[in-house]
Structure formats: C-alpha cells, structure tokens
Design a protein around this ligand. Structure first.
Ligand code: SF4
Length: 402
C-alpha cells in the first residue's frame, strides 16, 4: 500500500488501494501562473508571479521536484512504478516559466521514473509567451509537442475573450514549431458572445492553414465567478444559444473531416496517428499523477487532489507534509458510470455495457444517438453525430439503465 505522503495519510485516511502502476502511467504538471486573466477563465491560475518561497515563477520548479520525489515514494511503496508514457505541462501558462525551469522538472521526472519509448511530452503555450529560442530549448530538452492556445483567428473575438495574442503570433509560433520538428496542436473556442458563424468558419480555416497534427474545438462555457460571468449577470453580454453552438460544432466537424482530420474524442480531431496520447489517458481512465497546486490524480480508481493555493502547496512540501487535500475511491457502480461517461466520448466508443438493459441501448439506437459497431458483431456502441451533440443526455440515459 502506498500512502499519499511519507507516513502521513490524506484527509479521510485513504490509502491508494494497490497502486499498480508497474505498466506505466502519465504525468500532468500544473503551472498556476498567467500574465493576465482571460475573461472566461476559471482555472486555478494567478497573475501574481511571486507568492513566496517555492511559489514564484523563479523557484516553483523546486516545489514540483519535491512532489515528484513524494510521488515516487508513494508509488514505489506498492510496486516498481513503470515508465511514463506521456507528460503534459498545462496551466495557467507553462511557458511563462523559463525553459530551463520546465526542462529541470522534465529531467527530474525522467530521472525518477524514466520515459517509455516514444513518450509524448507536451506543453501548452500561449502564442505570445514563446520565442523561437524558447521552443528550441524545449525541443533540445525532450519536449516533443506544443499545444497552442489559438482560440480564434478573429481579432474582435480574441478581444471579447480577453486574450492577449494576435492571430499573427499564432502563425509565427506554429511555423517555429514546424521548423524545429515539434509536433503541434491548436485549441479553438467557439460561441464567444457576438461571434458570427462566418467568423467561426474563418478561425477553423485559419487553424487548418497552420497544418497542425491536431485541433481541439471547445464550446465556450461562461462560468459564474469569472469576469465574463459577471458581464453576463449584468446583461452586458448574452450566452450563446444551444442551436448556435450545435451549428458551429457541425461546421467545424465538416471542415476538419474534409481536410482529413478525424474526430477521436468529441472535442478533438487529429490527422491519422496524431491523436494526443495524454488526452487518451484521461478518456480511457488510465493512471496519472497530477503535480502542482489543485492538480488531480487518478490511480487505480482512487482520485485525489492537491491543495489549491500555490503558497500552501509549496509550504507543505517544504515541511515534508502531504499536499493532498482530499481523495475518493469510487464504488463499483461509480466506476461503471465513469467508464461510460469517459469512454463514450471517444470515436471508438465503449463495449456494449452488459449491465444496461438491451431496450435502453435499442432506444438510443432508434433515436439516432448511438450506433453499434461493427454492425455485424454488435460489440461496441459509438455516438452518432447527433449523439455527439447530446452526449450528456446519452450518458444520463445509459446511467439510468445501470
Ligand atoms: S491563458 Fe488560459 S489559464 Fe491563463 S487566464 Fe487565460 S484561459 Fe486562464
């Protein structure tokens, strides 16, 4: 059994039940700093670059290194941990940290766990936060993939989202990545208040012109507690209608498929073989350790998460205490629900769930929301295009059937 810290149990006294990661696992590394907060952002990120020792842009990597050592103690208490299959630096804005700091954390992960052959090493990057030199340094130090937050190719839309880059900066950053032999992806957001269908089409076409291996398209959600949420509450902007979001999703799917990008997860499209393996680790409910304040981990059906504030996180690590703020171990039913919720989002779908009555599956097929694949063998169920638009309702109906 591995404890979440050397000798100190997390709240609830949970231990990791037989944390067998001998076949390998993935790592998410959270960088909780941004230059400014975008209007729609509700991520665990801060514009203060210096909260104190171990929680500043300059020395945050030291805290991450301490958590890496801690995770090694926890995991190796139960088994010899296998190598890392993928590492993903997200945020926040990881590229606000110096390339040397990112490289130092990556090297620590490699020293402690090793990388599986062909491991995918990604960092998110805001286009305005990279230079050619920085990308070059990342490539030299083992990063294989950059995920650029493009969001839109239209200046007005970028300004509604309060993003600070220009469309030209994305094109330049993608060009550098291409020249340096880095795999790269771009993220787009649709449904910003006031965005027309034509502007959305322009953004998708502009993303395609960058020739990335992978494109993500996310519907904007306006959360309470964000600047955009406050503007919505004051009636200064309106949230996009469901119909508008659906039309934009279908338009993106059509343009991307025509260009050879297949959807492999509801919001993600890739050229053949260029799917993000780290993303797949989440959707396939595999094991990963999340490093950094507020980061979530999943090891063998137990989920646990870290304290949210960078300073509390750094302090605890320096004092040799656990950074775990809570944990839950799912029961059998919850695990089944989770497998459905995550797996049905994938283009490969899920095996026909034996615990869901045949008539529920039959009705979802009759409603045109799922289909059986391959038809002859009836082995898996996969969302149809309409099902992708109504995935939450499909998941609910499958859960009710359990
Ligand atoms: S760059 Fe990303 S994490 Fe940072 S404020 Fe904007 S949306 Fe949030």
């Amino acid at each position: 059994m591995g404890e979440l810290s050397a000798g100190i149990l997390p709240p609830g006294g949970t231990r990791l039940p037989d944390p067998d990661v001998s076949a390998g696992f993935s790592a998410y590394v959270h960088i909780p700093f941004c230059r400014a907060r975008c209007g729609y952002c509700d991520f665990n990120t801060y514009t203060n670059p210096n909260f104190g020792p171990g929680a500043s842009l300059e020395d945050y990597s030291q805290s991450l290194n301490l958590e890496i050592e801690l995770s090694a103690r926890v995991l190796s208490a139960a088994c010899a941990p296998g190598k890392l299959r993928s590492v993903f630096f997200g945020g926040g804005t990881p590229t606000l940290l110096a390339a040397d700091c990112l490289a130092e954390v990556l090297h620590r992960l490699e020293t402690v766990f090793g990388f599986a052959p062909g491991a995918e090493i990604t960092t998110e990057a805001n286009p305005e936060s990279v230079t050619r030199e920085k990308l070059e340094k990342l490539a030299e130090n083992g990063f294989t993939r950059i995920s650029f937050g493009m969001q839109s190719a239209v200046e007005d839309v970028l300004s509604v989202l309060e993003r600070r880059h220009t469309p030209g900066q994305v094109a330049l950053a993608a060009q550098w990545a291409r020249e340096l032999g880095l795999e790269y992806s771009v993220d787009l957001i649709y449904g910003a208040p006031g965005e027309t269908e034509k502007q959305w089409e322009e953004s998708v076409r502009a993303a395609l012109e960058l020739s990335p291996g992978h494109i993500s398209c996310y519907a904007l959600t306006i959360e309470r507690g964000t600047k955009m949420g406050a503007r919505l509450a004051r009636g200064q902007i309106s949230a996009p209608e469901d119909g508008e979001l659906a039309d934009k999703y279908l338009l993106a799917d059509e343009l991307l498929s025509r260009a050879g990008y297949g959807w492999y997860e509801i919001s993600n499209w890739a050229l053949p073989g260029r799917e993000c393996r780290h993303n797949l680790c989440y959707w396939q409910n595999r094991n990963w350790w999340g490093y950094g304040p507020g980061a979530h981990s999943h090891i063998n059906g137990t989920r646990f998460w870290n304290v949210k504030h960078p300073l509390a996180y750094a302090r605890r690590l320096r004092e040799g205490r656990t950074v775990c703020a809570g944990s839950e171990t799912l029961n059998r039913r919850e695990r089944l629900e989770e497998q459905i919720m995550l797996g049905i989002r994938l283009a490969r779908g899920i095996p026909v769930p034996s615990h869901v009555p045949a008539q529920v599956i039959g009705q979802l097929c009759a409603d045109g929301l799922i289909e059986r694949r391959p038809l002859s063998l009836n082995k898996r169920i996969v969302l149809t295009e309409t099902g992708r638009l109504l995935a939450d309702s499909v998941i609910r109906r499958l859960w009710e059937g359990i």
